[in-house]
Design a protein around this ligand. Structure first.
Ligand code: SAM
Length: 464
C-alpha cells in the first residue's frame, strides 16, 4: 500500500467509538486503520482484524485508539506468554506469531522507504527478515529502573508511553543470568537500606541497575546508576553483590544527576573487580567498558556481521571506514579480509576498548580514533585518504548530513549501512540516491517480540 498521501485533518472526537479494519502494522508495532480516511493507530490490533475501538488521543494528523472489541480475529494472533505483557512497554508484538513478526518487520522497512524516498520501492530487493530459531531470552543487558512500593524496593520497566514502573521478576526476552543478577542486586540494596531515587521529588540515591552479561564467558558487569557520587558503604555493597553472585566480575558506579531520560551520566567509577568484562563473538573476544555500546543479541549479531561482510564484498585490498564503531566489533570482523580499517566513535572508553581488542588479536591494520564521524570523515578526505568501502552503524538518529556530504565527495565504491531505524535509513538513502544505487536491503531481527528492526543495506556507486 502506498502511504505517501496521508489524509491530514482529523475530526474524530476523544471517546468516540467506531469500527475499524486493520490494514497493516505501523512503525511502533501498532495496528493501523482508516476511519473515514483518517489514520487511526491501535496498539495490540493486527492486520486483517475487524475491531471496535475508542479514540483516546486526538492529534491533527492521526488519532490513537484502544480496542473495545475484536469482531474478527487474525489467524496469526497468539496468546502472549509473558505475564507482564499488557502492562510493560518493553515488547510490542508478543501477540503475533513469530513468523508473521518477521514479515511485518520487512513491511515496516518498505513503509519507511515509501514514505521517505522517491525510489520505486516495488522494484527494490528487500529480503525476508533473518529471524531466530529460539526467539526468547536473547538480551545480554538489562536496564531496570528502581522504585519503592509498600516500603520495598522494586525493579522493572516503564509501561508503554508512561512513567508507571512495572515491577518485573523475570523477563522472557532477557538472558536468565541478567534476570537473576538484577534480582540479587535489588535485594542487596534493600538489605543495605539504600534510598531509592524518587523521580518527582528528586530524593534518594540509586536510580537504575544495569546488568550486562558476556553470555559466552559467563562474565557479568553490574552498574549502579546514582543521582550523585555519594553512595553509603559502596565498597561493601559491591563486595556483597560479588559474594552473592560469583559471575559478577565488575561492579561500577555511574553518576547521572540529570533530568534527561538518558540512562548513563558522563562519570563512571570502579567499585570492585575489573573495569571491563570479556565477551566473545565467533572467534573474536572483546573487552567491554560500562558505557561502551555492544549489540544486545549475541546470537543475531554474528548473523548481522556476516551480512555486513557479504555486503562489503571484500577482496583483501580494500581500505574501509568502520564509522560509529563502538568497541570495534564490525571492523575487527572484516580486518583479515581488508587492507586497512579506520574506525571512530564519540565514546572514549569504546575507542580504548577497540584499540585493546585489535591488539589482543594481533590485528595491526585497524586504527581507532575518538570523535564524531562527521568530523573525522572530512578530515581524512582533506588529508587525501580515500576508502573503498564505508560501513556505518549510526544511532537511531541516522548519519549526520556533514558525514553524508563527505561520502558524496569521496565516493567510496560501496556503502554498507547498518541501521536500527528504518525511517532515518530511508532518509539517508534518499540523500545518497543521486550517486548510489540500493542493491539490496537485508532486515535482521535483533529484537524479537518488539517492533524494532535492524537492516544491512548494500549501496553501490552508480556508473562505477
Ligand atoms: C548502534 S551503535 C554501533 C556500534 C558498533 N558498530 C557495534 O556494532 O557494536 C552506534 C555507535 O555510534 C556512536 N556514536 C553516536 N554518535 C556518533 C557520532 N556522531 N560519531 C561517531 N560515533 C557516534 C555511539 O557511541 C555508538 O557506539
Amino acid at each position: 500500500m502506498k502511504i505517501k498521501n496521508r489524509p491530514t485533518s482529523v475530526t474524530i472526537q476523544k471517546g468516540q467509538q467506531f469500527p475499524l479494519t486493520i490494514k497493516r502494522l505501523g512503525i511502533n508495532g501498532e495496528g493501523v486503520g482508516y476511519f473515514k480516511k483518517q489514520v487511526v493507530f491501535v496498539p495490540g490490533a493486527l492486520p486483517g482484524e475487524e475491531v471496535v475501538v475508542q479514540a483516546e488521543n486526538i492529534q491533527p494528523n492521526y488519532a490513537e485508539a484502544v480496542i473495545k472489541k475484536i469482531r474478527k480475529k487474525s489467524p496469526h494472533r497468539v496468546k502472549p506468554p509473558c505475564i507482564y505483557y499488557d502492562r510493560c512497554g518493553g515488547c510490542q508484538l508478543q501477540h503475533l506469531q513469530y513468523e508473521q513478526q518477521l514479515a511485518a518487520k520487512r513491511d515496516i522497512v518498505i513503509q519507511a522507504l515509501e514514505r521517505h524516498t522517491n525510489l520505486e520501492v516495488d522494484t527494490l530487493d528487500i529480503r525476508p527478515t533473518i529471524g531466530m530459531d529460539d526467539p526468547w531470552h536473547y538480551r545480554n543487558k538489562s536496564q531496570f529502573q528502581l522504585g519503592n512500593e509498600k516500603q520495598q524496593v522494586i525493579a522493572g520497566l516503564y509501561g508503554a508511553n508512561s512513567h508507571k514502573l512495572v515491577p518485573i521478576h523475570s523477563c522472557m526476552v532477557q538472558h536468565p543470568l541478567t534476570d537473576k543478577i538484577t534480582q540479587t542486586v535489588k535485594q542487596v540494596l534493600e538489605d543495605f537500606h539504600i534510598p531509592i531515587y524518587h523521580e518527582r521529588k528528586r530524593t534518594g540515591i540509586v536510580r537504575t541497575i544495569v546488568v550486562r552479561a558476556g553470555v559466552q564467558t559467563n562474565h557479568v558487569q553490574v552498574v549502579l546508576i546514582t543521582k550523585a557520587e555519594e553512595l553509603p558503604r559502596k565498597e561493601l555493597i559491591a563486595a556483597e553483590i560479588m559474594k552473592r553472585a560469583p559471575e559478577v566480575k565488575s561492579v561500577m558506579q555511574n553518576i547521572n544527576g540529570s533530568k534527561t531520560s538518558l540512562i548513563f551520566g558522563d562519570k563512571t567509577v570502579l567499585l570492585k573487580g575489573e573495569e571491563v568484562i570479556q565477551e566473545t563473538l565467533g572467534d573474536l573476544s572483546f573487552e567491554l567498558s560500562a558505557r561502551a555500546f555492544f549489540q544486545l543479541n549475541p546470537v543475531q549479531t554474528v548473523k548481522l556481521y556476516d551480512e555486513v561482510k557479504k555486503a562489503a564484498g571484500l577482496t583483501g585490498s580494500e581500505k574501509i571506514v568502520d564509522a560509529y564503531c563502538g568497541v570495534g566489533t564490525i571492523g575487527l570482523w572484516l580486518a583479515k579480509d581488508a587492507a586497512e580499517i579506520r574506525g571512530m566513535d564519540v565514546i572514549e572508553e569504546s575507542i580504548r576498548d577497540a584499540k585493546k581488542n585489535a591488539e589482543k588479536h594481533g590485528i595491526k591494520n585497524a586504527t581507532y580514533v575518538t570523535g564524531k564521524a562527521e568530523t573525522w570523515m572530512p578530515k581524512w578526505a582533506k588529508e587525501g585518504w580515500r576508502p573503498d568501502v564505508v560501513v556505518v552503524d549510526p544511532p537511531r538518529t541516522g548519519c549526520d548530513r556533514a558525514f553524508l556530504k563527505t561520502i558524496k565527495k569521496v565516493k567510496p565504491k560501496r556503502f554498507v549501512y547498518v541501521s536500527c531505524n528504518p525511517s532515518t535509513l530511508a532518509k539517508d538513502i534518499q540523500f545518497l540516491s543521486s550517486l548510489y544505487k540500493v542493491e539490496y536491503i537485508q532486515p535482521v531481527d535483533m529484537f524479537p517480540h518488539t517492533a524494532h528492526v535492524e537492516c544491512v543495506s548494500r549501496l553501490v556507486l552508480k556508473n562505477d
